[in-house]
Ligand binder design. Structure first.
Ligand code: NAD
Length: 481
């Protein structure tokens, strides 16, 4: 059985206790590799190595750090086929999605911050004839990056790249549910010439390794992406230690379709925003609000497309919907569907596990599920399901749909479909969300602020925002007298 190893001080090693966690391929429901079951003492070792590496790395030139990050980006692309296949097997996502989105984006994250750090600058504030101030931006030191399972290498590198570019050394923990590409990435970093100890990847459970990172006094900042409940736990521990925190958390995003939209584009993009990656993207629009005038027309056109979605072996090129990430998660999603029925929801399509034949007969597949007839304040429309489940609801007025859209604890993203720009701008103003897409979805410019409001998070990632997070400003004031 393949063994994934920790990457500490440039070495590939087992956990100190030499204990292991099973890693399951969700498309076949079988264990296919083992993950180190690390804990506090493994993190201690990683922190020591990151501390030792810090001086050289933080004092190295920007050109040098940029070159190493670019080397990593190039090697990700060279290893595209292997990484995409590994991501698909580990996560259950369609191989073609991993090839098109996940792995290219991981390379882009590294290349983007390799370039961003070269173009970064800091402010100066002049006090005429009295003094001049300038801001020094210094790397924080040893920082922690904790990422989830839905976009494994994509989100892992989204944190690591700016942390390294800014001159920090890093302790990173991928999700224990999808650790494989982080392991392959550690080998790439070694090959790319990343100095030992600059990045340390420690595998294991969130409650052990993640918690050990969060509470370690020498790890001065935590960049976390995951569920809102976990974010709350992390904040409880890290806040009294005065750590910097960036928390990217859950969502329950509204997708608002006005009657004056580009109908074809709204329907086809809504199918993607509902079911891409099996609905396991924090930005998926899981509540679709449709202006009543076009409700029936939209429902019919949407269902027609959903019925054609191909759910099958993620490794097959024609697959559009793969397996959910784990048996536990599949059962959680099925339980949500049961609740939706109990709440009076009408299942228009899907609603059950799909049992495939052949290689994937024990895989964790759920049919894309469309539900209508639920009020906006029921559990199904309030709780994050994070699976291939959407609700359809009609609305009559702008103010009414704004109230529905804003009426959850979350505020990550929203999508609005209308040709009326004044209306679109009003919606963007009123919607309580970190990101509003008008007539599109998941169009990403890596320079833009990325993050949520309310219980969807604290702080912003992306370009300048990430480089700010991973540095501490020092104001230097020079007297002019
Ligand atoms: P999760 O919160 O269970 O786990 C995320 C990471 O945190 C994992 O690496 C896990 O091992 C670790 N972890 C768990 N308990 C911990 C603890 N006590 N201390 C420290 N670390 C701990 O989330 P998940 O199930 O992996 O991912 C799904 C969630 O992530 C969804 O809620 C989704 O919306 C959210 N998400 C948000 C964004 C965003 O950008 N806002 C992006 C992707 C996913």
């Amino acid at each position: 059985m393949d063994k994934i190893l920790n990457y500490i001080n440039g070495e590939f090693i087992e956990s100190l206790d030499k204990s292991w966690i099973n890693n399951v391929d969700p498309s076949i429901g079988k264990v296919y590799s083992l993950i180190p079951d690390s804990e506090d003492k493994d993190i201690e070792q990683a922190v020591q190595s990151a501390e030792l590496a810090f001086d050289n790395w933080s004092n190295s030139t920007i050109d040098y750090r940029s070159k190493i990050l670019n080397n990593i980006a190039k090697l990700i692309l060279t290893n595209m086929e292997d990484l995409a296949r590994a991501e698909s097997i580990d996560n259950g996502k369609p191989l073609r999605l991993a090839k098109k989105i996940d792995i290219p984006r991981a390379a882009k994250n590294m290349a983007f911050f390799a370039s961003a750090i070269k173009h970064d600058s800091s402010e100066s504030h002049q006090m005429n004839n009295i003094a001049i101030n300038y801001t020094l931006r210094k790397p924080i030191g040893v920082v922690g990056c904790i990422s989830p399972w839905n976009l494994p290498l994509y989100l892992f590198t989204w944190k690591i790249a700016p942390a390294l570019a800014a001159g920090n050394t890093v302790i990173a923990k991928p999700s224990e549910v999808t650790p494989m590409t982080a392991y392959l990435f550690s080998k790439i970093c070694k090959e790319a010439g990343l100095p030992d100890g600059v990045l340390n990847i420690v595998h294991g459970y969130g409650g052990k390794v993640g918690a050990a990172i969060t509470k370690h006094p020498k790890i001065k900042a935590i960049s976390f992406t995951g569920g809102t409940a976990t974010g709350k736990e992390i904040a409880k521990v890290a806040a009294p230690l005065f750590k910097k925190m960036s928390l990217e958390l859950g969502g329950k995003n509204p997708n608002i379709v006005f009657a004056d939209c580009d109908f074809e584009k709204a329907v086809s993009t809504s199918v993607l925003s509902s079911f891409s990656n099996q609905g396991q993207i924090c930005l998926c629009g899981s509540r679709i609000y449709i202006e009543r005038k076009i409700y029936d027309k939209f429902k019919e056109a949407f269902l027609k497309k959903v019925k054609k979605l191909v759910v099958q072996d993620p490794l097959s090129e024609s697959t559009q919907i793969g397996a959910l990430v784990s048996e536990d998660h599949m059962n959680k999603v099925l339980q949500h569907i049961k609740v939706a029925k109990e709440e009076g929801g009408v299942i228009l399509h899907g609603g059950e596990r799909i049992l495939l034949s052949g290689r994937c007969e024990n895989g964790f597949f759920v049919s894309p599920t469309v539900i209508e007839g639920l009020p906006h304040n029921c559990r199904t429309n309030q709780e994050e399901i994070f699976g291939p489940v959407v609700t359809l609801s009609p609305f009559d007025k702008e103010d009414e749909v704004i109230e529905y859209a804003n009426g959850t604890q979350y505020g990550l993203s929203s999508t609005v479909w209308t040709k009326d720009l004044a209306k679109a701008n009003k919606m963007a103003q009123e919607l309580k969300a970190g990101i509003v897409w008008i007539n599109c979805w998941l169009v990403r410019d890596l320079r833009t602020p990325f993050g949520g409001v309310k219980n969807s998070g604290v702080g912003r990632e992306g370009g300048y925002y990430a480089l700010q997070f991973f540095t501490e400003p020092t104001n230097v004031c020079i007297s002019l007298n």
